[in-house]
Design a binder for this molecule. Structure first.
Ligand code: FPP
Length: 246
């Protein structure tokens, strides 16, 4: 099976990442370049989200994790936070039929208790409506921070140690992984960041240990299916050694 996007021919039989994680950066700059309000950039960003979810589904990528809102993003102006929450809610409501039709399950990682109640209720509804879907996992990082996740994991493990459920000498990497928000989800094979910044910004600090990283200067609203396919081809040429020799 092959997928054609303009001049990029891509074979889905080739080695593909099973889990792709994306830092969707550059919405504000996209808007600023056009003398528009930052929220317009986020609105345009939602269209890019739809494009990339569709591409992942077509390529049978198992997990797509999108960094939609960080713990640090709460410090943005209230008007922008409110607009982003509204966009997320609208996206989830509008996308539910598509997710169901395409066998996509929704999962959310982060400090969900900090989200407005209506957004939490919508997340619960969509998670429930898509719970049986097995084709792909759309994993949204919302109110997410890697350090917070690790702190929460330490607390959860400490509670089990205190109650005698886990012995300190039994704490190993799998115990840690099982108490992160991503428990049960394989680590990302590929992490993409748009807008050219060379940092991971508190994203999946434990899980990205051996992920391949690709940074593109493209601003998120301009990120196309074609560029995504080109990055996947770059990934296929990489030699993943996991600290070993080839
Ligand atoms: C970073 O751009 C982007 C965000 C903080 C929000 C990302 C949200 C979306 C793409 C839309 C909603 C998401 C979903 C899943 C429907 P920035 O604002 O930091 O851009 P800048 O660095 O250019 O200012």
């Amino acid at each position: 099976m092959s997928s054609k996007a303009s001049n990029v021919e891509y074979s889905v039989d080739d080695k593909l990442p099973r889990h792709v994680a994306i830092i969707m950066d550059g919405n504000g700059r996209w808007a600023k370049k056009r003398l528009l309000n930052r929220v317009k950039g986020h609105e345009k960003g939602v269209e890019a989200v739809r494009r990339i979810v569709e591409a992942c589904r077509e390529l049978h990528i198992s997990v797509l994790t999108l960094y939609a809102f960080s713990t640090e993003n709460w410090q943005r102006p209230q008007s922008e936070v409110k607009a982003l929450m509204g966009l997320l809610k609208r996206f989830l409501v509008e996308e539910t039929p598509e997710l169901s039709k395409n066998n996509i399950r929704l999962n959310v990682i982060g400090q969900l208790h900090r989200l407005p109640e209506d957004v939490r209720a919508t997340i619960d509804q969509v998670r429930e409506a898509t719970a049986v879907n097995s084709g792909m996992l759309l994993n949204l990082a919302l109110s997410y921070g890697g350090r917070t996740e690790i702190t929460d994991m330490v607390r959860a493990v400490a509670v089990k140690v205190a109650s005698g459920d886990i012995a300190p000498e039994d704490i190993d990497e799998s115990v840690v992984a099982d108490h992160l928000y991503t428990a049960g989800i394989q680590d990302p094979d590929l992490m993409i960041r748009t807008s050219g910044e060379m940092r991971i910004s508190n994203f999946l600090l434990w899980q990205l240990a051996y992920s391949e990283i690709f940074v593109t200067p493209t601003l998120w609203p301009d990120f196309t299916r074609e560029e995504f396919l080109t990055i996947l081809q770059d990934y296929q040429r990489r030699d993943r050694r996991f600290g070993r020799v080839s």
